[in-house]
Design a protein around this ligand. Structure first.
Ligand code: DC
Length: 225
């Protein structure tokens, strides 16, 4: 059977991955797999179930039964944790930091590999996976790999505005400090650190509009089809 076209979009938080991936998925009719949301669901479920970071047996049990699915609306990619819509709950600042910590654990990363691959391979036409290690670990043979990055101050400003709109008021300096901490944890961890794949196309979104990035990637997808 022919495999769906796999597009990996990796990069740090705030580089524009989510907006770009969602717009692309809608335009191309591809399935969108937001892998960060899966790590966020694990962190949320661990908190709710009282499973501590150090309790690897408890975590394994949680990972054996967790279900994460996505439902794309016109304006939003809804995230369902065991059937419950947790799209907002997983994005609180506390859960963001927790997700970053949990994502450093090999037990968590290994358990989620299969889920990420299954979600993508079930796509009819193609799948866009956004994350940190898609092009390096999850789909090293992806048809197209993008590494999207931007200046840290710009990324923090974008994140500040996003949080502000959702009613989370946090000084931009604090957003930048949290972001630096997550960047450090994401890039320095031993398992699957954040880094561009050798064959990734690197796009700096600091000075680019969302639509410019989308158009660039769309032409790259068209060339691979
Ligand atoms: O993309 P995001 O901010 O929603 O991701 C949440 C956390 O999950 C982030 O701190 C890093 C981690 N993550 C990861 O380690 N690997 C991925 N493929 C996606 C996210």
């Amino acid at each position: 059977m022919k495999r769906p076209l796999i597009v990996a979009i990796d990069g740090p938080a705030g580089a524009g991955k989510s907006s770009v991936s969602k717009t692309l998925a809608l335009r191309l009719g591809f399935t969108l797999v937001d892998t960060g949301a899966i790590y966020r669901c694990v962190a949320l479920k661990a908190k709710r179930s009282g499973v501590a970071f150090e309790d690897h047996a408890g975590l394994q049990a949680l990972l054996d039964t967790i279900t994460v699915t996505f439902r794309m609306d016109e304006d939003k990619n809804h995230v369902l944790l065991d059937g419950e819509d947790v799209s907002e709950a997983i994005r609180s600042p506390e859960n963001s930091l927790a997700a970053s910590r949990f994502s450093g654990l090999p037990v968590v990363r290994n358990a989620l590999l299969d889920l990420q691959r299954r979600l993508a391979l079930a796509a009819e036409k193609g799948a866009i996976l956004e994350g940190r290690d898609i092009g390096t670990v999850v789909f090293p043979d992806a048809d197209l790999k993008i590494f999207l990055f931007a200046d840290p101050a710009i990324r923090a400003r974008r994140r500040f505005e996003e949080l502000f709109q959702k009613g989370h008021e946090k000084p931009v300096a604090q957003v930048l400090a949290d972001q630096n901490q997550r960047d450090k944890e994401d890039s320095e961890r031993e398992v699957a650190p954040l880094k561009p794949a050798d064959d990734a196309v690197k796009i700096d979104s600091t000075e680019l509009a969302l639509s410019d990035v989308v158009h660039q990637i769309e032409s790259l997808v068209a060339a691979r089809r």
